[in-house]
Write a protein that binds this ligand. Sequence first.
Ligand code: GAR
Length: 193
Amino acid sequence: MKKNIVVAASGSGSNFKALIDATQTGILNAKISGLIASREDIGAVQFAIQAAIPVYVLKNEPSSLGDQILEAMENFGGELLVLAGFLRKIPEEVIQKYSDRILNIHPSLLPKYGGKGFYGIRVHQAVINAGETHSGCTVHLVNEDYDQGRILAQKTVEVRHDDEPIDLAARILREEHQLYARTIQQYLESLNA
Ligand code: GAR
């Protein structure tokens, strides 16, 4: 029986799209049963519509974010919550209910360049400013501490001397698309073992 995965996204949704593709090629043996979207005008919603995946659009109401996510997980029969460029902090009640069942992908080699304020292009700008020769991406479990849950997988990417943040972001994003699907699949297999 395939597990139901719910994806949460706030942006262009390229990781979400890569996960949809991975379920179709069989790299990820799971069903994406729903998308939780920060807003209805984000790219991820378009990918969901194309793939006939139901969407739950969050209300801009921070105090009820936890209830909204719990309701969406319930509606979609979600067994795993996969954050794919989701930029809101997951409330504690959700983390408690889905302990070890929430995964995130982050565009750096955690624990470096993680935590509050480090998201999207800001991460890559900080890496370049610091003169790092390598960066990458990390898939990790989500706990109460931002970007500090158990690391499941990482992929290292070279930082080139003439890289602008968008160049590095694009090179890392390509690796994210591969790493996330494979790591989710391995994690699901480890839960069944
Ligand atoms: C990805 O690079 C993801 O790692 C990052 O946002 C981007 C979303 O792109 N996530 C974070 O920075 C989380 N702290 P996408 O919408 O095209 O998948």
